[in-house]
Design a protein around this ligand. Structure first.
Ligand code: ADP
Ligand code: MG
Ligand code: ZN
Length: 491
């Protein structure tokens, strides 16, 4: 009997990935975590430094209260339990961008533990556990220049030394690269809503290390993991994981063994490369930081921070769907940032009829944005503009047809709705005689429908309104059309 060799697709299907993510988020404090140097991004190199963040002998760290507050707020929004007492620890290693020779972090007693994030999954929602959220300081930056020739040099910018970070470590609950993408998307959204970080990946305010292993389906024991570092977009993390899963399965299939190691992702090639293996793994020799007292977040402080948790994206979406009758998809778009959701809700509530604002967003704005390839933040029509148009429709001043035309013009000219309206204010037909004339024509041309209406089928009125509006090119005052139709049909 001849057996054909298993295809790589079949092999892949026999394994399941296990993924855990470590995410670093920079906190938006004005000053560093243990000194009063500025955290400002982009300042000239080595201008925001002092003896504390440079690790000069004898300099002592003083904990920034705001950093603790922000870290606690983020941890709570991620459903973590806050430890009343946590301990700072020294993580010792040598690197040129770490002048102290150690990083102050937290180790066996972190600020917060046992949280979770919900992502879509299993036909509903899936909880991804968060092992811990801890506080730590960032290191400086090395800039490698001129490595193409002999004048190669490395420059050090120590401005980032001591900038406050939180590290958010997930449980190995993530089962696919797609779930990793969803987890990160949700994580970023939640952090953005809390306002404790700008999560700007280009500036390194959010960085992710992805740990991944594979195991034969049904096996309980985890396989050996590799860690992919320095990936600077969620899409690339997904790609790196996909590549890494295939590489590991192929390696095992061909009789090899996965080495526990750190790997780098090359985005141009879509491949990962080994960087350092376990033999060279760091032994950080953690020990409690002798210059800092245990961090105590007492009940009173915890309560004060808890009161600052804003309504989070998931809850806000659900509420907006029921309050404004919009689709889940549109609620997702409108809550993409807290500022946008605030703008929408402010406009909707100020308008005469909030649902009409939602309808216009859904019916007129979204489609136009999509066809122009614009994000909602780039929309020429602001949420205030939408509310303005909604009120005009509500009052019967303009018809639905004219709204469409004005939206088209706004997009064509890149101007907001009120400006377009002022300029193009449609010539409305408000002359009773003129409208009556159109109505008479419509009624005369549709005797069957008139008969139906008089026989009690009053819904036919909508048909007449539509015909009159069409005949008037959308310019007849809708309210007058309604009233005059009632008069003519009722008699
Ligand atoms: P390390 O000590 O190597 O940093 P940790 O236990 O701290 O490992 O875990 C780091 C991250 O790796 C966590 O997000 C965790 O969920 C994940 N992880 C741990 N073991 C595995 C594994 N076998 N496969 C995939 N991810 C794992
Ligand atoms: Mg770790
Ligand atoms: Zn400093």
């Amino acid at each position: 009997m001849v057996t054909t060799p298993e295809s790589s697709v079949q092999a892949l299907a026999r394994y399941e990935p296990v993924i855990g993510l470590e995410v670093h988020v920079q906190l938006l404090t004005a000053t560093k975590i243990f000194c009063s140097c500025s955290t400002k991004f982009g300042d000239p190199p080595n201008t925001n430094v002092c003896p504390v963040c440079l690790g000069w002998p004898g300099a002592l760290p003083v904990l920034n209260r705001k950093a603790v507050e922000y870290a606690t707020l983020a941890a709570m929004a991620l459903n973590c339990r806050i430890n009343e007492q946590s301990i700072f620890a020294r993580k010792n290693y040598f690197y040129p961008d770490l002048p102290k020779g150690y990083q102050i972090s937290q180790y066996d007693k972190p600020l917060a533990e046992h949280g979770y994030i919900e992502i879509p999954g299993n036909g509903g929602r899936k909880k991804i556990g968060i092992t811990r959220v801890h506080l730590e300081e960032d290191a400086g930056k090395s800039l490698h220049e001129g490595f193409a020739d002999s004048r190669d040099s490395t420059y050090l910018d120590l401005n980032r030394c001591g900038v406050p970070l939180i590290e958010i470590v997930s449980e190995p609950d993530i089962a696919t690269p797609g779930e990793a993408f969803d987890y990160l998307t949700r994580l970023k959204e939640i952090i953005l809503y809390t306002g404790v970080s700008d999560c700007n990946m280009e500036e390194g305010s959010l960085r992710c290390d992805a740990n991944v292993s594979v195991r034969p389906k049904g096996q309980e024991k985890f396989g050996t993991k590799t860690e992919v570092k320095n990936v600077n977009s969620f899409r690339f993390i997904k790609q790196a994981l996909e590549y890494e899963i295939e590489r590991q399965v192929e390696l095992i299939q061909s009789g090899g063994r996965v080495e526990q190691e750190t790997r780098l992702f090359n985005a141009a090639e879509g491949k990962t490369y080994g960087m350092r293996s376990k033999e060279h793994a760091h032994d950080y020799r953690y020990f409690p930081e002798p210059d800092l007292l245990p961090l105590v977040v007492d009940e009173k402080w915890e309560e004060a921070v808890r009161r600052q948790i804003p309504e989070l994206p998931e809850a806000r979406r659900a509420r907006m769907v029921s309050e404004y009758g919009i689709t889940a998809y549109d609620a997702g778009v409108l809550t993409a940032s807290r500022a946008l959701a605030d703008q929408f809700e402010e406009a909707a509530r100020a308008a005469k009829n909030p649902k009409r604002v939602a309808n216009l967003v859904q019916g007129e704005l979204m489609g136009r944005l999509k066809s122009k390839g614009l994000e909602i933040e780039q929309s020429p029509i602001s949420m205030k503009g939408v509310a303005f148009s909604a009120d005009l429709v509500e009052a019967g001043t303009i018809s639905g047809k004219i709204v469409k035309d004005l939206y088209d013009l706004a997009f064509e000219r890149g101007q907001d709705f009120p400006a377009i309206y002022e300029k193009e204010k449609p010539q409305q037909i408000t002359d009773t005689g003129a409208i009556e004339k159109i109505i008479d024509e419509i009624l005369a041309a549709n005797p069957k429908q008139v008969e139906q209406y008089r026989a009690g089928k009053t819904t036919v009125k909508g048909f007449f309104v539509g015909q009159v509006m069409k005949a008037s090119k959308g310019q007849a005052n809708p309210q007058m059309v309604n009233e005059l139709l009632d008069k003519k049909l009722g008699s």
